[in-house]
Design a protein around this ligand. Sequence first.
Ligand code: DX5
Ligand code: ZN
Length: 261
Amino acid sequence: MVTRPIQTSPIAARPIQLAPSILSADFLNLEQAVRLLAGSPEPPEWFHLDVMDGHFVPNLTIGPPFVRALKRITEVPLDVHLMIDNPHEQLDWYLDAGADLLTFHLEAARPGARGAHKGSSATIKDLTPEEVAFVLALLERIRAAGALAGLSINPATPVELLRPFYQHLDVVLLMSVHPGFGGQSFIPESLSRLNAIRADIAASEASVLIEVDGGIDVNTVSPAVEAGAELLVAGNAIYGQTDPVLALQNIRRAVYNDCCG
Ligand code: DX5
Ligand code: ZN
């Protein structure tokens, strides 16, 4: 159950949460980038931190020291997205560093999976009972540490594979681009996948927040929310803009068809 206060628009009853991704910020001025939005009149609900290992995805970004450092300078909760192989080996580093929400990839979380799922379009088609148990244990480890537990899938992984986990996680993160880089275009099929996830969560009667990541901007945010997304990551559309504060506001307003003043 996600207990963090959420922003409600006066225009629509539906609450949404926004998570600017620092991947698109100036890495030489991350403190400034975080403080700029955190101190703005309408701060984000989260900051999204992309951890990449150069194996699960063809890019390499930040590690625990960065998460710890950012935790020191903001009270905005940290949404840490692990795009790494063998997340079971490193989960605790990010929990210790201060992740409030910790998400790993279903494609990467398999016993003995080292190197087996390289590439940003890594996918799996089914799960053995042993693999399901392995993922459940990782989710439990995150929750036991007091963080919210998230599970992510890539664009080619069937959404049905998430079903065994809904009763045991807080957030499902649907990748709407192939992970690894900011600034890519939203994959349109993600909308039907969001709808399917929403239906599966309703059927499971679990309380799970639906997060979407990749290609979210003033044009795609509204369809994504309509399809079921409640927590929306945006990198390029916020930190890639000359005025990130205005860009964040515009994305929020676009959800309620009040864009863009
Ligand atoms: C991509 C990352 C995203 C990225 C999104 O692999 O997981 O979080 O920052 O960037 P945009 O919003 O630019 O697609
Ligand atoms: Zn991400």
